[in-house]
Unconditional design. Structure first.
Length: 113
């Protein structure tokens, strides 16, 4: 299966290995972090990109293959951030993937079922 569509997906996708080294950024991720050198972050450690206490939390996520979800508002934009472990085809823990989705400032919330 060709995954080129992920490259152009309008959400920021950043992937790091188990040590925190950034191994992939799609176009939206590179644009999101262009002030911090964009694609130049590939090969850098994601932990070096975060101040405390976020750095320690991210280290815990990496060490324990845990997920984390939150929303943030910055520069007039609201985003949903989901950080989760990823696994290779042999089900070996590979690191973390962060997906950042820009949201409208006000969105409806529905309960179903």
């Amino acid at each position: 299966m060709n995954l080129d569509w992920v490259k152009h997906l309008p959400v920021a996708i950043t992937v790091c290995d188990t040590e925190g080294k950034i191994i992939y950024m799609n176009e939206k991720s590179c644009k999101t972090f262009e002030k911090s050198s964009g694609s130049g972050l590939i090969g850098k450690n994601v932990l070096d990109c975060h101040p405390e206490p976020a750095k320690s939390k991210l280290k815990r996520l990496l060490d324990n293959a845990e997920s984390n979800t939150y929303s943030v508002e910055k520069n007039g934009k609201k985003k949903l951030i989901h950080q989760m472990p990823w696994y290779d085809e042999n089900e070996n823990y590979g690191g973390l993937v962060e997906i950042s989705i820009e949201l409208p400032l006000e969105i409806p919330h529905r309960k179903r079922g």
